[in-house]
Every structure is written in structure tokens, then in C-alpha cells.
Design a protein around this ligand. Structure first.
Ligand SMILES: Cc1ncc(COP(=O)(O)O)c(C=O)c1O
Length: 404
């Protein structure tokens, strides 16, 4: 049922459209961009452009006239490359029929939600969470059961008891697990993933597994003995689980945020459904972008390694610079490329993020953007040139000492 409208002249908007909230991340980006000259650490992307060899594959494809409708599920060559890449990461043999090309990680999430939820169903999302997950679930007409992650000794954990309670409701059809997490840097260990999978089996839930930051894992949090190093995955619990839908993206590993291309890995039996959902949304991803993705997957390992090395340097540098500052509550993240920290005594982080833009030209995302449990934090993306991160860390440290 439709209820209201933003202006007197437009017809009434649907309830679903009105459910889409403004993003707290976009809010601070708009604020900072108006000022100009701000170090943009508010969004989840780095400073490196896509490597030239990846872009070249796209321009070559265009020059060769690959400008026609393409496969709904993705070019066979790209699906093969995705299977081979995932196989290199996990050591598990995978058929390319499990892989589906999408128009971004975000579209992968939308499709997974369409598969799992009808309007009126509910989904469990541990919080703090990337806001788009919650908003996209709301746009599906679903109730989002945001379960606050307890913050104990500087680390977030899953509240399995609260999740079990939420799972008991017969409207609950899915659980969204993002590990390594944006924004908290939390990395689920194998035991936790197994407990979530068992719970999903007990309550017949889908698991939407967002493991897009799997390569960004630090210290002991990485799967021991894995080559290349990666975070634990639901694949280590049950490689071909019939209830796990993996959402993924080219955006982060290969610095392709602006391209809008991602993928889903799902049980082969979902193939026709996914093909249909793609047909009636984007009808497929441009062939020239897919050609670039093939090259990124097959030849991009050195670039990914470089990004991981920079993130590791920055994570350690930030932890070292901030550790002596009593007004900051901070732990080095186990994964992803965000520092999620508190400035003690500051309660309004939306205002605090604006103050940091105004006074020291540093753009951070306010914790208010990330739901229950995140309000008191700020998020800094550190996928960037270490010299710039060192400069930002100094500016924040100086600001903290004079603003106390
Ligand atoms: C946890 C998580 N999932 C999915 C995405 C989607 O990535 P994209 O839509 O850029 O492919 C992001 C982007 O920031 C993210 O942080």
C-alpha cells in the first residue's frame, strides 16, 4: 500500500521506495566534497586506478566490436576464470556452472536476497554492518533482524544465543554473514562458521556469505596453511553446501570499484533462477567488462598482492600510532581494510566526522551509518598509499591531543 509522496505534484510513492534510507556514508562524502581538498577515507576504495593491462582488455574487446547482448549467466570464459581463481584460493575443485556474473557485489546481494526472501520474511544481519545490506533487505520488503555484536576486550564477536532466538521465528529465512567484515574488521574463525552453518541447518535458513575481503586478513586470523593466505570460509565447513550463496565482486581486489562487475557462486541447481533474475534486471554485464575481468582474474595476482601488502603496512602503522592515545579506543582489525575506532567522550559521530572534515581535512565515515552497536565509532578506509595514511594518522593524533 502506498502512503506518501515527496512533492505535491508527483503521484504517490510505494512504501518500498520510501523504505530506502539515505546512506550515512554518502552524507559525509557529499559534505566533504563540497569543501574540497579532503583526504577521502570515507568510502570502501583505495587510491590506485585499475591496472592498465586490465583496462586494455576492455578497450580491445570494444574495438573488436563486442557490443552485443551477451550470456545472462556470464561469458563462459569468465565463469571458467572465476572457478579457477576460487579453486586457487580454496584448493577445492569447482565447476564453472556454479559461477554467475553480476553487475556488482551490490547486485549479487540483491539477487541473493531475491532468492532467499519474500516480502514479509525476515533476515538476520549481525551489526554493525555495511548499510547497503540492511537497506537492500528492506527494499525487498523483508524485516531485518539486526543482532548487535558484543564488543568485548576491543573485539567484536557473534552473539550466537541472540541469533538462535531470531532464527526460531518462522518468518526468518536467511542469515547474512560478512567476514572479514566491513566495517568492524571482524573475521569469523572456523568454529564460528561451523556453528552458523549448523544453526542454518537446524532452522532451514539460507546463508548469504559475503567474503569479498577474504584476501585481506592479518596476523593469526588467516587460515593457517592456506596458500594464498585467506580468511576462513563457509567452503571450509561444507564446500558444496546447498544453503550457501556467495556474493562477490571485482571491486576491491583489482581496484575496479567504478566498473560495477561482480559474481555469485551458488549451487548449480539455482542456475535457471539466477539466469531469470538477471534477465529481468540488467539482462547481463557488458562483454567488454567481462573480458577485462577474465584478465584481472588470470593475470592480476601480483597487483592483488601489492594491495594486500599496502593494507598490512597501513594497518600496523595505524595501530602503532594510535595505541598510545588514551582518548582512542582502537584494535588492529583482523581483516578487510577499515579501522573502526572510538574517540572516547564523543557521542555524536555524525557531527564528529564533519568536525574532522572542517578542521583537519580528513574524511571518515561516522559509525551511525552502520547500525546498532556502531554508533560510537568512526570508520577509516586504509587501502591507500602508506605515506598518506601516515600523514592522516599524524593529523588525527595532533587533533586528539589539542581537542581534549
Ligand atoms: C561488505 C561489502 N559487500 C559488498 C560490497 C559491494 O561491492 P560493489 O558493489 O562495489 O561490487 C561492498 C562494498 O563496499 C562491501 O563492503
Amino acid at each position: 500500500m502506498s502512503t506518501s509522496s515527496p512533492t505535491s505534484s508527483t503521484p504517490t510513492l510505494s512504501d518500498i521506495a520510501l523504505r530506502a534510507p539515505e546512506s550515512g556514508i554518502v552524507d559525509i562524502m557529499n559534505y566533504g566534497r563540497r569543501k574540497g581538498g579532503v583526504m577521502p577515507l570515507w568510502a570502501g576504495e583505495g587510491d590506485l586506478p585499475t591496472p592498465a593491462f586490465i583496462g586494455k582488455a576492455a578497450t580491445q574487446s570494444l574495438a573488436e566490436g563486442e557490443t552485443f547482448y551477451t550470456w545472462q549467466r556470464g561469458l563462459p570464459e569468465l565463469r571458467e576464470a572465476l572457478a579457477a581463481y576460487t579453486q586457487r584460493l580454496t584448493g577445492q575443485a569447482l565447476e564453472s556452472e556454479r559461477f554467475f556474473v553480476t553487475g556488482s557485489g551490490m547486485q549479487s546481494i540483491q539477487i541473493a536476497l531475491q532468492i532467499a526472501l519474500d516480502p514479509g520474511d525476515a533476515i538476520i544481519v549481525p551489526s554493525p554492518a555495511w548499510p547497503n545490506i540492511v537497506a537492500a533487505s528492506g527494499l525487498r520488503g523483508a524485516d531485518v533482524l539486526e543482532i548487535a555484536m558484543p564488543f568485548v576486550d576491543g573485539r567484536f564477536t557473534l552473539d550466537m544465543g541472540a541469533i538462535e532466538e531470531a532464527a526460531k521465528d518462522e518468518k526468518t529465512k536467511a542469515i547474512f554473514i560478512n567476514s572479514p567484515s566491513n566495517p568492524t574488521g571482524w573475521v569469523a574463525d572456523l568454529e564460528t562458521l561451523k556453528a552458523v552453518h549448523d544453526l542454518a541447518e537446524r532452522h532451514d535458513l539460507w546463508i548469504i556469505a559475503d567474503e569479498i575481503y577474504a584476501r585481506f586478513v592479518f596476523g593469526e586470523a588467516g587460515l593457517q596453511g592456506s596458500n594464498p593466505k585467506r580468511a576462513p570460509s563457509f567452503k571450509d565447513v561444507d564446500p558444496l553446501s546447498s544453503r550457501v550463496i556467495y556474493v562477490n565482486t571485482m571491486s576491491k581486489n583489482w581496484a575496479m570499484t567504478g566498473w560495477r562487475i561482480g559474481w555469485i557462486e551458488a549451487p548449480v541447481e539455482l542456475g535457471q533462477v539466477i539466469e531469470n533474475l538477471i534477465q529481468y534486471s540488467t539482462s547481463g554485464v557488458a562483454a567488454f567488462m567481462q573480458r577485462a575481468a577474465v584478465v584481472a582474474l588470470n593475470e592480476g595476482d601480483a597487483f592483488v598482492d601489492e594491495q594486500i601488502a599496502r593494507a598490512t603496512t597501513n594497518r600496523d602503522l595505524l595501530a602503532e600510532t594510535f595505541a598510545p592515545l588514551n582518548r582512542l579506543q582502537v584494535s588492529a582489525p583482523d581483516g578487510a581494510f577499515y579501522l573502526f575506532f572510538k574517540v572516547l567522550g564523543e557521542t555524536d559521530t555524525r557531527q564528529l566526522a564533519r568536525t574532522l572534515v572542517d578542521e583537519i581535512d580528513v574524511g571518515l565515515a561516522p559509525g551511525t551509518a552502520f547500525g546498532p552497536g556502531g554508533e560510537a565509532f568512526l570508520r577509516m578506509c586504509f587501502a591507500r598509499d602508506p605515506e598518506q595514511i601516515a600523514e592522516v594518522a599524524e593529523r588525527i593524533a595532533r587533533w586528539i591531543s589539542i581537542s581534549a
